[in-house]
Every structure is written in structure tokens, then in C-alpha cells.
Design a protein around this ligand. Structure first.
Ligand code: GDP
Ligand code: CA
Length: 321
């Protein structure tokens, strides 16, 4: 079985752990979001790629969901002592090493996809992890605060402001001129089906789909998505703030409509959302209600198994739609 997953950070990475457990023999390719990438202290930081790599490579800080376990923050403290900004982004000492290696390789001329492959040589995530693009794409957020109306990097809105100021627009800057990284389109074309895990639909999956060519390639496959929204609220995090910014209601049905019937063939919703699920235009999407909470390794594996089962049921039927 060949499976492609379009993944953001924490939600995507946790789901992937369940997917590996549910389908130990499968060949899994993960197309990772790089719209959250940011240069800090001259270093290229790829939060979503690293969260997938550390989570699947057993190096993640489990409680936090991002960053390294057994981490210390000496470099951050020392930078702070020099008054060097930003102080709001938590980079630990072990994590710094990853960004140093990555930046060195990028400066030497390797594309991000090759660098990611090299980093994965150490972490052995058990999946093929490919960034959506080797080109620079940065998600920016337009907001109005005491400094007036301005665009900030997504991380500044998400991490520093905790999405407390409403986003007026969210844009993946550079996406329209970006090309899918080597291997992305081939992996999708070769896949038996594509899964959209419980990742942020706007700034993770949406950003990946904004790279020209990726949406078209995915649309040609059987696609099963898992709702990141349960009972009108994100399970964790602030995905509702991203959805409001683009005028999409925070509901399982609205997120499915945002992905659209041309893309989605199957949609898993929470058991409480199943009975009232209705979305005009989505009649052709196979909706199933299942336990959607990734509350334990077993629950996460069962969720992944439910996505596989639905995809296999729909394979063939969804192709070429
Ligand atoms: P990312 O988008 O993959 O970087 O990951 P986040 O951790 O930001 O989570 C993205 C989305 O997944 C959020 O909108 C959450 O509501 C959703 N999410 C987190 N945990 C779960 C879960 O256990 N089940 C489901 N269905 N969604 C979840
Ligand atoms: Ca399809």
C-alpha cells in the first residue's frame, strides 16, 4: 500500500504515528508544510518538518508536542542576555543543532528536500518526508494593532500574539511562483490514496495545496480527510482563528466544503457531528462518523485504520473525479 499524507506539525505528526501502527507494511510519503518556516538568528527553522521528524523519530517532547525531549535552553538564555530578539520563539539547545546543520547545507547549495532527507538519516522516521517545495514560501498574516495595519510572519501572529489579534488575511507569500519539491508529484501520482490528517486546514494543508500542481495531483486520487474540528471547536490550538480569517465557519462541514467536493472523496467526522452533518454540494463525499480524538496510541491507530478503510472502500470510485 502506498499512502501520501499532507501534514502540518503536531496534529499531522501524531496521526502519522497512528498510521505507521495501523499499516506497518505501507510505504508512506509525507508532504510537509513549509509555510511556517522562519529565519531566526540567521538559521532556517522548519517547525512542521521538524515536528514530524522528531515525533516519528522518537525525539519529540511529548507533553509539548514540538521541540526536543530532555531539552535545555542555554543558547536562548545567552541570546536573551545580549538582548537579541526574538525571545518569543522557543528554540532549545538540541533543536539549535538541527537548524545549524540545515542552514549549513542550504548555504552549501543543497535544496531543502535533500537537507530534509539528510536530517532524516539520523531520525529514521519510517516515512519519506518531503517538503512541499524547495522554494521559499512564507505564510503572512495581515492584522491591525497599535502599530497600524501590517503583515507579520505567521509565527509572530501564532506564537508571539497567540492569535489574539484577529487576522484580516492569511497569505502564503511566494506560493504562486513555487514549484513542488522533487518527488512530490511523483509520490502523489504513485499513491493508492491520499490522507488529509487532522492538521490545520488553512495554514498547514491549505498551504500545501496552494503550491501550483499539488492540488491538481491530489484531486486525481482518492482522498480521505479527517476533521480537525469536533463539535464546532478545534480540538487543540487556534485553528478557528485561521478559519474566521478566511470566512470559513468552525465546523466539520465547513472545513469539508473548504477542501471541496472535487478534492475530497471521504470525510471522517466525530461521532457527535455525524447525525447533523449536512453540507450542500458535498453529497458525493462519503461521510463517516468515528471517534476522532487522538487520545492514546491505540485511539490514534484506530483513527488511522478508519481512514485507510474508507480510502480502500472508495478507491476506484474516487479516481479521476
Ligand atoms: P498542524 O496543523 O498539523 O501543525 O497541527 P496542530 O497541532 O496545529 O493541529 C491542527 C489541527 O488538528 C487543529 O485544528 C486541531 O483542532 C486538530 N487536532 C488536534 N488534535 C486532534 C485530535 O486528537 N483529533 C482531531 N480530529 N483533530 C485534532
Ligand atoms: Ca478525488
Amino acid at each position: 500500500m502506498k499512502i501520501v499524507v499532507l501534514a502540518g506539525g503536531i496534529g499531522g505528526a501524531r496521526f502519522l504515528r497512528g498510521l505507521k501502527a495501523a499499516a506497518p507494511g505501507a510505504s508512506i510519503t509525507v508532504i510537509g508544510n513549509t509555510g511556517d518556516d522562519i529565519y531566526l538568528f540567521g538559521l532556517k527553522v522548519c517547525p512542521d518538518l521538524d515536528t514530524v521528524m522528531y515525533t516519528l523519530g522518537e525525539g519529540i517532547n511529548e507533553e509539548q508536542g514540538w521541540g526536543r525531549r530532555d531539552e535545555s535552553f542555554t543558547v536562548k538564555e545567552e541570546l536573551g542576555a545580549y538582548g537579541v530578539e526574538p525571545q518569543w520563539f522557543g528554540l532549545g539547545d538540541r533543536d539549535f543543532a538541527t537548524h545549524i546543520v540545515r542552514t549549513q547545507m542550504l548555504d552549501a547549495g543543497y535544496p531543502l528536500s535533500k537537507v530534509t532527507e539528510a536530517l532524516c538519516d539520523r531520525w529514521k522516521p519510517g516515512v519519506t518526508l518531503i517538503p512541499m517545495t524547495d522554494d521559499r514560501v512564507e505564510t503572512h498574516v495581515v492584522l491591525t494593532d497599535e502599530q497600524g495595519r501590517r503583515a507579520v510572519h505567521f509565527q509572530e501572529w501564532w506564537v508571539r500574539l497567540r492569535a489574539s489579534v484577529p487576522a484580516e488575511a492569511i497569505t502564503p507569500v511566494g506560493a504562486e511562483d513555487a514549484k513542488p519539491a522533487a518527488g512530490v508529484l511523483a509520490a502523489i501520482a504513485d499513491a493508492d490514496f491520499v490522507i488529509l490528517p487532522p492538521s490545520n486546514p488553512v495554514v498547514s494543508v491549505g498551504t500545501i495545496l496552494s503550491i501550483p500542481g499539488i492540488r491538481e495531483a491530489v484531486q486525481a486520487k482518492t482522498v480521505v480527510g479527517i476533521s480537525p474540528i469536533i463539535g464546532g471547536a478545534p480540538v487543540r490550538g487556534m485553528a478557528d482563528a485561521c478559519l474566521s480569517a478566511i470566512g470559513v465557519e468552525t465546523s466539520a462541514a465547513a472545513v469539508a466544503a473548504f477542501y471541496g467536493p472535487a478534492l475530497l472523496d471521504g470525510w471522517l467526522v466525530a461521532e457527535e457531528d455525524g447525525p447533523h452533518f449536512s453540507s450542500p454540494g458535498l453529497e458525493d463525499v462519503a461521510v463517516r462518523s468515528r471517534p476522532l480524538l487522538m487520545s492514546s496510541p491505540e485511539a490514534t491507530r484506530d483513527l488511522a485504520q478508519a481512514a485507510i478503510d474508507l480510502a480502500l472502500e472508495l478507491t476506484g470510485r474516487g479516481e479521476g473525479r
